[in-house]
Design a protein. Structure first.
Lengths: 113, 111
């Protein structure tokens, strides 16, 4: 079926280290891939997104890479800080008229001081 | 300020008592959607709407109803709530091929 697989489900790093979260998608026609950050008790908020005509996008300490052939995309956070601790969700938009955004199950990132 | 507003933020109710969670957006977005969030299951789509009077089922539509009579509003209706509908609910909206904007969430408890 149409789905997005996200790994790992939990990730613990030391402050200053890098964190990488990976997602794979099933719909080869997907062309939009956002990443959301959800802090405890709050709504998910977009942190970065990438479209299928681009292989990499960077915004300060956050970057996303996309491999269309392999159908996977990754979130990279460098120089992690305690305030990066949150749950991160990847998503992919399905084509075919529904414009449905399918989410991964989330990764709980903990940055230890 | 551009936003998605849902109410109430918290709701405790009893089995079988009909309830409505309201959702309104001021960004003129065509697409609106409802999600429920449960531990370990991520965000699961309940219903979505591509435009006024156009609604469709998501992944977990059982026990829910929606309507889209106006572009800005997309209420979620639970005709006969059950305890397994205890969850955190998010309304969201977007324009075509643009990021999804979420409301602040409604924490529903059904006893």
């Amino acid at each position: 079926g149409e789905n997005v697989e996200q790994h790992p489900s939990t990730l613990s790093v030391q402050e200053g280290d890098s964190a990488v979260i990976k997602c794979t998608y099933s719909d080869s026609a997907s062309n939009y891939f956002p990443w959301y950050k959800q802090e405890l008790g709050k709504r998910p908020q977009l942190i970065i997104d990438i479209r299928s005509n681009v292989g990499e996008k960077k915004d300060q300490r956050i970057a996303v890479t996309l491999n269309k052939t392999a159908k996977h995309f990754s979130l990279h956070i460098t120089e992690t800080q305690p305030e990066d601790s949150a749950v991160y969700f990847c998503a992919a938009i399905l084509r075919g008229g529904s414009e449905k955004l399918v989410f991964g199950k989330g990764t709980k990132l903990t940055v230890n001081p | 300020e551009a936003q998605v507003t849902q109410n109430p933020r918290y709701l405790i109710t009893v089995t079988g008592k009909k309830l409505t969670v309201t959702c309104s957006q001021n960004m003129n977005h065509e697409y609106m959607s409802w999600y429920r969030q449960d531990p370990g299951l991520g965000l699961r789509q309940i219903y979505y709407s591509m435009n006024v009077e156009v609604t469709d089922k998501g992944d977990v539509p059982e026990g829910y109803k929606v309507s889209r009579k106006e572009k800005r509003n997309f209420p979620l209706i639970l005709e006969s709530p059950s305890p397994n509908q205890t969850s955190l609910y998010f309304c969201a909206s977007r324009s075509y091929n643009s990021p999804l904007h979420f409301g602040n969430g409604t924490r529903l408890t059904v006893t």
